[in-house]
Design a protein around this ligand. Structure first.
Ligand code: HEC
Length: 104
């Protein structure tokens, strides 16, 4: 299976079989390029990454709901796709995962 992945990756020169680290790096990059504008300091109540009190009430709705809201936006303050219009759905999901990881 590994060699199939290597072959596909080589053929498409894309990270179709990317391991977790690549996705993590991507999420951190997207966050710091786009989402940080609001989520970094909690502008207009944007939940801050890793801050348990900001995310716990939201997580009670389930992570799938957060993925959907990241794509569709929330009210007037959280814009659709968090203004990352180049982001794929799976990249947006990875950024949400990145923000809710290691909550303290
Ligand atoms: C222009 C400011 C802004 C940007 C840029 C932004 N957000 Fe948000 N986001 C908000 C605000 C404000 C909220 C809180 C909305 C509320 O609860 O009313 C929010 C909430 C969220 C939530 C929680 C949704 C929920 O259901 O409670 C997620 C997930 C999220 N943002 C993801 C992202 C991601 C991923 C990016 C970057 C790709 C991003 N946001 C960029 C302002 C922003």
């Amino acid at each position: 299976m590994k060699s199939v992945c290597a072959l596909i990756t080589a053929l498409l020169s894309a990270s179709v079989c990317a391991d977790k680290t690549d996705a993590d790096d991507d999420a951190a990059r997207i966050f710091s390029e786009t989402c940080v504008a609001c989520h970094g300091e909690g502008v207009r109540g944007a939940p801050r990454p890793g801050v348990k009190a900001d995310w716990e009430p939201r997580l009670s709705y389930g992570i799938e709901e957060l993925y959907l809201n990241a794509a569709d936006g929330v009210g007037a303050n959280m814009p659709p796709r968090g203004l990352c219009f180049d982001c794929t759905d799976s990249q947006l999901r990875a950024v949400v995962d990145y923000m809710v990881r290691d909550l303290k």
